[in-house]
Design a protein around this ligand. Structure first.
Ligand code: DAH
Length: 337
């Protein structure tokens, strides 16, 4: 048995010294469960009690020696591989890196955030309301009863007879007034929906930003001053604001608000279609019916409100002539801003 063990050891060592030997195959052949060394150990039962510990010890030594040789070879193979890689793969640390393109806010988000910043700077806070809205808040609380002709201009998507996708951000006015004691000073940006076909100036989904101020002694002068500050911040110091009489059911008096054309300074150009003025938003003094409906006494409080289209502001500010460009998400277009 001793001879058998010695010959196993020699054979294993010889196999391991061969160039390009398969280390794993050698390990299985000599040390594996069905390997030669295991076969010897299985035969130990036939030995005398005196021989058994001697042969056992020897078998363990042979196993340890073969294992050690295999481990050494494994390490040698690993370091040879590293050597080879170091030799072949030279790193040029002076080579310029691959540029990573960094994204930025979408133009619409940027304009919305700029608008928010302007009003937050004047002490407004942001209020939010649901896009799936009750007919009550979208229309009735805003002095637009069922069958009022003003509903025709804001044809929207009805979910049930009294639930719809809001057609304007104005319902947030009513929601805020219902549960806030004046003074109130909020803006409310968000998505609105109308069943309009898509073209250069229409989309069934677009964004508005509502503004509302309610307090004692609020006048149309406060509205005009606030909008002047807004206009100067967004379109430049020289921008002038003009009010034209208009009608909205939820404000009295109501106005459409124009800005002096920031492209030509008011002389008349392609952007303002020769007018010198550009319409930017709707506004007015909150109608007493609306205040009353929302639990605010119009004898004590007054307020102003305004609503503007975020897309419209973006198109005007950046001289873009087709609203669809804002939604197509063509990076070649968006990366210009
Ligand atoms: N909600 C109106 C619209 O979508 C815009 C508007 C006009 C809002 C006058 C107002 C306002 O708050 O006072 O056409």
């Amino acid at each position: 048995m001793k001879e058998k063990l010695l010959s196993i050891k020699e054979a294993a060592m010889a196999a391991l010294s061969a160039p390009d030997c398969d280390i794993e195959a050698i390990r299985v052949q000599y040390l594996g469960k069905k390997g030669e060394l295991t076969a010897v150990l299985r035969g130990m039962g036939a030995l005398t009690p005196e021989e058994r510990p001697i042969i056992g010890q020897m078998a363990n030594d042979v196993r340890a020696e073969i294992e050690e040789a295999i481990a050494k070879m494994g390490e040698a193979a690993k370091s040879a591989l590293i050597e080879k890689k170091l030799r072949e793969e030279k790193l040029d640390v002076t080579q310029p890196g691959i540029p990573v393109s960094v994204g930025h806010k979408h133009l619409l988000a940027k304009v919305q955030h700029d608008l928010e910043d302007i009003f937050i700077g004047m002490g407004f806070t942001i209020a939010e309301g649901p896009e799936v809205e009750y007919d009550y808040y979208n229309f009735q609380a805003l002095n637009i009863p069922p069958d009022h002709p003003a509903r025709d201009t804001q044809d929207t998507f009805y979910i049930t007879d009294n639930i719809l996708l809001r057609s304007q951000t104005s319902p947030v006015q009513a929601r805020v007034m219902e549960n806030t004691e004046p003074p109130i000073r909020i803006i409310s940006p968000g998505r609105v929906y109308r069943s309009d076909a898509v073209d250069a100036t229409h989309s069934p989904l677009f964004h508005q930003m509502e503004g509302l101020v309610v307090d004692k002694g609020i006048t149309m002068g406060d509205l005009k001053g606030t909008l002047e500050i807004f206009a100067r911040h967004l379109f430049g110091e020289d921008t002038k604001v003009r009010f034209r009489p208009h009608h909205f059911p939820f404000t009295e008096p109501s106005a459409e608000v124009d800005l002096s054309c920031f492209a030509c300074g008011g002389k008349g150009c392609r952007l303002c279609k020769g007018e010198g003025w550009i319409e930017i938003l709707g506004a007015g003094m909150v109608h007493p019916n609306v205040l009353r409906c929302c639990g605010i006494d119009p004898e004590v409080y007054s307020g102003f409100a305004f609503g503007l289209g975020v897309e419209r502001a973006a198109l005007l500010k950046y001289h873009i002539d087709d609203m669809r460009l804002l939604y197509e998400n063509d990076v070649r277009f968006l990366s210009q801003f």
